[in-house]
Design a protein around this ligand. Structure first.
Ligand SMILES: [Zn+2]
Length: 146
């Protein structure tokens, strides 16, 4: 995704992939914990699973990630208002500094509870549950309970 490997346009100025085809732009939003062990791999998994490119989604990160309520909802609401339809909710187990003392099971439950809130808040979007751990990144699409 950089000018050196992707070359330049006919105008001589690389402007990214925007406008290179007529497909409707698909955008996303990803919320992760800041834990440096998992941010890059979580982004990669989200991109691989959804087909989004690194510049196709907004990314918000804070300690605890999607297992905790956000300090504010400006980011998620901005992204959805500007076209984000693929929403990724990441948290991780194997010790999270944002949720001191929580067990892996507690963190997973907290993530799932927060995802239920997001499913209800954004029913028209597609939602992806991302659980990072020392064993890797588990990502799956989730749906509202029947
Ligand atoms: Zn964490």
């Amino acid at each position: 995704m950089n000018a050196i490997t992707r070359g330049t346009t006919a105008q001589g100025l690389y402007k990214g992939s925007k406008g290179m085809d007529d497909r409707k732009e698909v955008l996303g939003f990803l919320r992760t914990c800041i834990d440096r062990r998992f941010v890059a791999e979580s982004r990669h998994a989200f991109e691989q699973f959804t087909g989004l490119k690194p510049t196709d989604y907004w990314h918000e990160s804070y300690a605890g990630g999607s297992a905790l309520p956000p300090p504010n909802t400006i980011g998620e609401e901005y992204a959805v208002a500007h076209g984000a339809t693929l929403l990724g909710w990441q948290a991780h187990i194997d010790v999270c500094g944002g949720i001191p003392g929580a067990s892996n099971e507690q963190i997973e439950r907290m993530l799932d509870q927060r995802i239920l809130v997001m499913l209800a808040k954004y029913p028209a979007a597609r939602h992806f549950r991302i659980l990072a751990s020392d064993r890797g990144i588990d990502i799956r699409e989730v749906h509202p309970p029947q």
